[in-house]
Design a protein around this ligand. Structure first.
Ligand code: PEP
Ligand code: MN
Length: 338
């Protein structure tokens, strides 16, 4: 069962609900989001009825939740959640395209990439300073220095930044450089300790799908973040492993429809890591928008053939601009805007 507190609920009223749960012999998980607090009753729920809570001061609604993902599920929150990223809405009518290089390389590269992001009509920028690479000998990212470069280039163009966090020990750097959206990569989707730490932060999170994760495992990973109080989660489908070797991963378009049904949170798609080739990115992007994705996370490099990482899949600035130009018609056909 979950008990959703009204936005104005006081600590005393929250304590009152927790006491009632404990008096019934159950445990309580208090998830204090920025907008509202959601209390989960853990244990034998059959002992509880919504009427025990609905009359308590500060309670907005209480209900039995059948699905194991309680806070991220649509059962209690029917409307789409819109996440505010420095004034830019993600999850509403307007589709957001987050563009930028795989990794932060140089000041010049980031400056050109930021300019190209804005020129293409995108409102947010991506770039990795901590890179999860298959080989320990490959470029691992510039770390904190990369965050500094990214921040500087993006600030000049007023772009919020999206960047990957791999290790709890670097969270201080993310706070220092005011990272606007934390990305959890495919390899860390089930790094539960990392998810718990991110759950304590008040920063939106892009949660990528594990490359072999089922949709319910993915939803449960989001629940880890939400249980800690961070309700600003954006799902990102980035392709899953299969027997096919022609392309890097299979873009699971079906997952977009499933997630839009199961969760109230926004869903975006990374067509770059799905296809793994720049020429596939436009087709996959169009499919994603048509299927109901709330945004895209696209790799773009000022000079793809010089990219230090994922050169094959990066769009040129012109290709990005052309792509964004074609997406408006698809968005319009389903009542959305770019
Ligand atoms: C990335 O976005 O640069 C990245 C490493 O993605 P993924 O975790 O999906 O492989
Ligand atoms: Mn990449």
């Amino acid at each position: 069962m979950i008990i959703v507190m009204s936005p104005e609920a006081t600590d005393q009223q929250i304590d009152g609900v927790v006491k009632r749960i404990k008096d019934a012999g159950l445990d309580a998980n208090i998830s204090r989001g920025t907008e509202r607090t959601v209390i989960g009753a853990i244990g034998n729920e059959r002992k509880l009825e919504p009427e025990y809570f609905d009359a308590l001061p500060g309670v907005e609604q209480s209900m039995h939740i059948v699905k194991p993902y309680k806070i991220v599920g649509r059962e209690w929150h029917k409307a789409d959640s819109i996440i505010d990223i420095k004034g830019i809405p993600l999850g509403g009518k307007q589709i957001q395209i987050i563009a930028g290089p795989c990794s932060v390389e140089t000041i010049d590269q980031m400056e050109k990439a930021a300019q190209a992001t804005v020129d293409a009509g995108c409102r947010m920028m991506r770039g990795g300073a901590y890179k999860p690479r298959t080989s320990p000998y490959a470029f691992q990212g510039h770390g904190a220095e990369g965050l500094a470069m990214f921040r500087k280039a993006a600030d000049r163009h007023n772009l919020p930044i999206v960047t990957e966090l791999m290790d709890v020990r670097t969270i201080d750097h993310f706070l220092e450089y005011g990272v606007d959206v934390i990305q959890i990569g495919t390899r860390n989707m089930q790094n539960f300790d990392l998810l718990k730490e991110v759950g304590k932060l008040n920063i939106p999170v892009v949660l990528k799908r594990g490359m072999s994760a089922t949709i319910s495992e993915w939803l449960m990973s989001a629940e880890y973040i939400a249980a800690g109080g961070n309700h600003n989660i954006i799902f990102c489908e980035r392709g899953i492993r299969s027997f096919e070797t022609y392309y890097r991963n299979v873009l699971d378009v079906t997952a977009i429809a499933v997630l839009k049904k199961e969760t109230h949170l926004p869903v975006i798609v990374d067509p770059s890591h799905a296809g793994g080739k720049a020429w596939m990115v436009p087709a996959l992007s169009r499919a994603a928008i048509a299927a109901g994705a709330d945004g895209l996370l696209v790799e773009m490099h000022p000079s793809p053939c010089d990219a230090w990482c994922d050169a094959d899949q990066a769009l040129t600035p012109l290709e990005l601009k052309n792509l964004v130009g074609t997406l408006g018609a698809i968005a319009g056909a389903i009542g959305r805007t770019i």
